[in-house]
Design a protein around this ligand. Sequence first.
Ligand code: FES
Length: 287
Amino acid sequence: MNPLVIAVPVVVVLALVLLVAAARRRDTDEATGLLSRETLKRDRGEPAVLAGATRITGREVERSVEVERRGGGAELATVGAADLAPYVPPDPDTLGVTRRQFFNRSIVLLMGLGLSGFGAAVLAFLWPQPKGGFGSKIRVGNVADIKAAVDANDGFYYVAEGRMWITNYPEAAIDKAKAVYPQPVLNSMEAGLAVLYQKCPHLGCRVPDCKTSQWFECPCHGSQYNQAGEKKGGPAPRGMDRFVTEVTGGVLTVDTGTVIQGPPIGTNTTGQEAEGPHCVTGGGGGH
Ligand code: FES
């Protein structure tokens, strides 16, 4: 399953929960806190009432104190509607923002920014990469055009976008090739083209062509391969690796995201020998 399907809903739900929780926080100036267990227990208990004393409630005590503060029980003055000043809502700018509000809003803002950044980073990491380049399917072009490019480059056509070499593959060798290569590799060979990964199967150097010998010859440790990428010498454990290929409507497409291991040592479907001096020393000999 695509991890994006799980990660995106989880990030969204977490962000919503945190934002809702922050929004529900009461933004008041009242002192808040926790009463000790002993105080709560005492408050729940029955208040002590002296024998014969009239039991009065806390509200009555508060009311009597308020009345006393206002003048000992004097009646409140009544005013007419005309005497009432119209209500003018306070200007929020004049009221300003309390320190508590400032910190609360700052925390919510920073939390929102942090979650947004984290979510964006996760999405960017998991988002499918745009197609194109090495690792994707590459539409190399018309087979006829590619063959022309191979001939124009003395037998070796390099496709940098796919980190691949393309060479001509002789039609006469197809029967032998069918006994060695899987169909995804054969697809291009049957069209007359060998598609080879540039990476040396020994220790990963980029294998260059050698125009004089008409082989591939690795400068790192001297491994050599014929034009079909079959090992001819050196320490490499096999022939050059290949890709999944397909030819549709005369157009060659190479899936560089799927590497197929090269043929085993001893494979020689074309019988091509060196056609001139080698580019690296020790040519032709195995390690
Ligand atoms: S990396 Fe090519 S021969 Fe060692």
